[in-house]
Design a protein around this ligand. Structure first.
Ligand SMILES: CC(C)(COP(=O)(O)OP(=O)(O)OC[C@H]1O[C@@H](n2cnc3c(N)ncnc32)[C@H](O)[C@@H]1OP(=O)(O)O)[C@@H](O)C(=O)NCCC(=O)NCCS
Length: 238
């Protein structure tokens, strides 16, 4: 993979159960233990799908066997490849929502978020947005409001996931402009570390919005739907 290439895939996490069984055995003992702790089957399948998708994408990009990937977690909770691995400069991020998962990999910081377009959420939690973003929502109702809200939400999540800061960065310390897409930092609220960011959205998943944040001004983004059949074990040279 070239330095400025980003691969983004999204995958249904409600496939034939035979696929989920096949994906489960691709995971390491820790991932399997986490999967086993989910109480509800759709959540478990979603977790398994996301982690199998990640392992497949990493192996396709590097030629390394699927089961050999090992992970660590940053101080703020962002997962990364174990530094002892070759190819540990690869960065990644995954997201799950009801019925769908997404994964991005790159050699620069990436964050991805996929969410259901939900009218109730749009009414209840818009208070976390910046005044500019609240202004974008003002006057909108129904489906339009839910879509604008979910676009802002996924973009903000993708950005805080890319930086790895999570909710440590106040969500009103930066604002999105939607058409065209642009981020503005409010330095009085939180320090601006780096302003070279690129964002991508897709509405290709029915009833959902997906946003990708990349720490690069002009990345080459390869984005598409992944099929359940292509996710699987790769027994390649380590
Ligand atoms: C990680 C976080 C930012 C997003 O969580 P989320 O939207 O619930 O979950 P997603 O499905 O999109 O992402 C979960 C994945 O992100 C990754 N992740 C966890 N912490 C992360 C962090 N600090 N940075 C980047 N990625 C992280 C993990 O791989 C995780 O999947 P896993 O548990 O299967 O390994 C979380 O800190 C959070 O709690 N968000 C709160 C939601 C909120 O209030 N958002 C406001 C947006 S406007």
């Amino acid at each position: 993979m070239r330095t400025h290439t980003v691969q983004l895939r999204w995958l249904s996490s409600e496939p034939d159960p035979a696929h989920v069984a096949r994906w489960y055995v691709m995971l390491d003992p820790e991932e399997r233990a986490r999967a086993d702790r989910f109480r509800f089957t759709p959540d478990r399948h979603s977790f398994i799908a996301a982690h199998a998708l990640l392992r497949s994408m990493l192996s396709d990009a590097t030629g390394r066997a699927t089961r050999t990937w090992r992970f660590v977690t940053s101080a703020y909770g962002k997962p990364a490849l174990a530094p002892s691995l070759c190819n540990s400069d690869l960065q990644f991020n995954i997201s799950h929502t009801r019925g769908w998962v997404a994964c991005a990999i790159a050699r620069v910081a990436v964050g991805v978020d996929v969410e259901v377009v939900d009218r109730d959420a749009a009414t209840e939690v818009r208070g976390v947005f910046s005044p500019h973003e609240v202004g974008l929502l003002d006057g909108q109702v129904g489906e339009q409001m839910a879509t604008t809200f979910t676009r802002l939400w996924t973009l903000k999540e993708a950005f805080i996931k890319a930086t790895g800061e999570g909710l440590r960065r106040p969500l009103d310390s930066f604002s999105f402009e939607l058409d065209p897409l642009r981020i503005t930092f409010h330095a009085d609220r939180y320090p601006v570390a780096d302003s070279r960011w690129c964002f991508l959205e897709t509405s290709s998943i029915p009833g959902r919005r997906l946003a990708l944040a990349v720490q690069h001004l002009a990345p080459e983004i390869e984005a598409r739907l992944a099929t359940p059949e292509e996710i699987g074990e790769r027994r390649l040279a380590a």
